[in-house]
Design a protein around this ligand. Structure first.
Ligand code: ARG
Length: 408
């Protein structure tokens, strides 16, 4: 009888390569390896696909989901100005849900009952995989080899691999754990685990050092939005995908987009994280500038709270959840008139908004100006202040009775 099938989220690295054999041996399952292209720094994905077959996967495929990632996932993050703890644009947290979606699709295609991922037991990613899978198909069973196996050290894992003819890294291992996609790069481990140690220059690949190598002349970019989504760059129509790629280049060249933070993981541990997110931070800066012009005050203020909740939900693995979906509905409604252009200036590690315009701008020159074009009703201001301050006036009179005249 044919063995049951396990679909494995495969990256080509040592952990998931060892996992192929470990699942076969410990669960007596056939393994189908699935690698998902979300725009990670160019890896030879054909090589990755073949490697899984060589190790013993019964089937191996690479799915290029970059377009869907941009249109269905990153578009939502941008509309939400998503920053976890006001700093982290959710690089890894954004890619996990689309990976999960495609793993579940593949599981259904090959009638697999099992899904496996290569996450450790200490991070957020295991939560994102498992809650995501449960949301899309609660009947699938999840295996987490790296969390389950007894290979405690890297050496034990290498030995296990060598005994089975699984290729092991020949160069000296990078001490860092890196995860990347179109939305940026996350770098952890090694010396970075000491929060006092300045990150070594060689961990960065997307951004140049804003003190040294970055350009000596400022550069400008004009990003055009339609209903919250970037549609053109410097006046030329351009896909959202290409705008992300080009902003990664331009902002990265000027040294903008590095984040060094202490972050609160869902599992309760604080960790030191380095991110390179030039494109993501640039686009969020521009999108916020567009909203400043086009969103009515109450909506803008209320949305700030929604953005924070949205980011927290996505960070915590709740992409496929009813509250996150409901908040998407709110955010989508707010974007109807978020259309126009934003001009940005890049220089020595900074990205500053220097201009914004929109056919739906709520900025009214005649209301805002201090010159003679002024349309603002100054008389009305007096009445407004009387009523706005009325409760305070009443309270102040009462407070006098306890001899606290004018005191704070
Ligand atoms: N701390 C970040 C997050 O939880 C980044 C995780 C990076 N993942 C990795 N496997 N290196 O989203």
């Amino acid at each position: 009888m044919a063995r049951d099938i396990c679909v494995l989220a495969y990256s080509g690295g040592l952990d998931t390569s060892v996992a192929i054999r470990w699942i076969q041996e410990n669960y007596d399952l056939d393994v189908v390896a699935v690698a998902i292209d979300v725009g990670q720094e160019r890896q030879d994905l054909d090589f990755v696909r073949q490697k899984a077959l060589d190790i013993g996967a019964v089937e191996s495929l690479v799915k290029d989901v970059r377009e869907e990632y941009v249109d269905e996932f990153l578009s939502k993050a941008l509309k939400a100005n998503a920053l976890y703890e006001n700093k982290y644009p959710l690089v890894s947290a954004m890619s996990r849900p689309i990976i999960v979606k495609h793993l579940v699709e593949e599981a259904h295609r090959c009638r697999a009952r099992y899904l496996a991922h290569g996450c450790t037991g200490k991070g957020n990613d295991q939560v994102r995989f498992e809650v995501g899978i449960a949301a899309l198909d609660p009947d699938l069973e999840v295996l987490a080899p790296v969390r389950e196996w007894e290979l405690k050290t890297r050496e034990q894992e290498m030995l296990y691999a060598q005994e089975r003819g699984i290729p092991v890294p020949t160069t000296v291992d990078s001490p860092y754990s890196i995860d990347d996609n179109l939305w940026g790069r996350a770098i952890e481990c090694g010396v970075l685990e000491d929060p006092w140690v300045e990150p070594p220059a060689d961990i960065y690949t997307l951004t140049s050092d804003s003190r040294g190598n970055s350009c000596d002349n400022p550069e400008y970019a004009e990003i055009s939005f339609e209903q919250g989504i970037p549609v053109a760059l410097d006046g030329e129509l351009c896909s959202f995908h290409d705008i992300i790629v080009r902003m990664n280049e331009l902002a990265g060249k000027h040294g903008f987009g590095r984040v060094d933070m202490i972050e609160n993981r869902l599992i309760g541990v604080k960790s030191r994280e380095i991110y390179e997110v030039p494109g993501a931070l640039t686009l969020i800066t521009a999108h916020k500038a567009m909203e400043d012009l086009c969103l009515e005050r109450q909506v803008l203020h209320y949305k700030l709270g929604v953005e924070q909740k949205w980011s927290e939900l996505v960070y915590n693995g709740m992409w496929f959840s009813p509250l996150k979906e409901a908040l998407d509905g709110f955010i989508e409604t707010t974007q109807q008139l978020v259309t126009g252009d934003v001009r940005l200036r890049f220089f020595k590690g900074s990205c500053v908004t220097v201009g914004r315009r929109s056919p739906y701008s709520l900025y009214d020159y005649n209301l805002a100006t201090y010159d003679e074009a002024d349309n603002f009703d100054h008389e009305a201001a007096k009445g407004f202040i009387d009523l706005h301050g009325l409760p305070v006036r009443v309270w102040a009179r009462q407070r006098r009775k306890v001899g606290k005249d004018g005191e704070v």
